[in-house]
Design a protein around this ligand. Structure first.
Ligand code: DGL
Length: 274
């Protein structure tokens, strides 16, 4: 593989800031890689939008990253991963890594009692992306999926331990507890922020799968496989593009990224096209 190709950045996109939880994981697995992030903060949430809209926006986001000369694209949004992967892979030549396949593999290899729960946005759950993928790997696994839409604003509010978060978790997770799952996939970028509450409500016997962790490992595996990882020995740069800089952006972004955020640029929506 030629040197120039290896030194290109890895592109990451999400519907907004949630994908920063995935960037955090990628940088711990691949600290030397440069990352270009695009968060579609002007059009978030994707989790309540139709499939055709999510596909259209995802193609635009990927095209933006291709314009930044990325060597691979990480779809750091479970909703976009559950709906747009096929179309993205059809339209772009670079490797495209989503959240569903890696998260599924991790869940199937973790469960002992073959009862897995999946939580995500309405769109992710209604598309049954995780169930379909889990069944492909192990048809014996029984799956219960549950949309938990309120978890997104609760995470963005930074209510990681708030009583409202406990109340929402008790309500959303009741059926999953009764179904006696031993493994729960956090199938939304925001949910790792609420992992402590989710874990407490589910109890000790349930292992949480952070699909961002699984996806970061999959990115490394893919770069290794195609010999496209950087040769650099110094920590990579991260550059962030967003389609809007909403109120409290910095505060929320830093909660998700786990460190101060710099190098943020606004992209005009009109410049995004398929
Ligand atoms: N990033 C989305 C996901 O992981 C959550 C936010 C949204 O609905 O756009 O599904």
């Amino acid at each position: 593989m030629n040197f120039m190709e290896k030194e290109k950045p890895v592109g990451v996109f999400d519907s907004g800031i949630g994908g920063l939880t995935v960037v955090k994981r990628i940088t711990s697995v691949l600290p030397m890689e440069n990352i270009i992030y695009f968060g579609d903060t002007a059009r978030v949430p994707y989790g309540s939008k139709s499939n055709s809209t999510v596909i259209e926006y995802s193609l635009q986001n990927a095209k933006f990253l291709i314009g930044k000369n990325v060597k691979a694209i990480v779809v750091a949004c479970n909703t976009a991963s559950s709906i747009a992967m096929e179309e993205l892979r059809k339209q772009f030549d670079v490797p495209i890594i989503g959240m569903i396949e890696p998260g599924t593999r991790h869940a199937v290899s973790t469960t002992k009692n073959k009862r897995v729960g999946v939580i995500g946005t309405r769109a992710t759950i209604s598309n049954k992306a995780y169930s379909k993928e889990i069944k492909k790997l192990d048809a014996e696994v029984e799956i219960m999926e549950k949309a938990c839409p309120l978890f997104v604003p609760l995470a963005e509010e930074g209510w990681t331990k708030h009583k409202a978060t406990y109340a929402a978790a008790e309500d959303y997770l009741k059926e999953l507890r009764e179904f006696e799952i031993d493994t729960l996939v956090l199938g939304c970028t925001h949910y790792p922020i609420l992992a402590d509450v989710i874990s407490e409500v589910m109890g000790n016997g349930v292992t949480l799968i952070d699909s961002g962790v699984a996806s970061a490992v999959a990115v490394k595996r893919e770069l290794d496989r195609i010999d496209l990882n950087t040769n650099s020995h110094s920590p990579g740069n991260q550059t962030f593009y967003v389609s809007d800089i909403p109120l409290k952006f910095k505060e929320i972004a830093e909660l998700f990224l786990g460190k101060p955020i710099t190098d943020v640029y606004k992209v005009e929506l009109e410049t995004l096209s398929v």
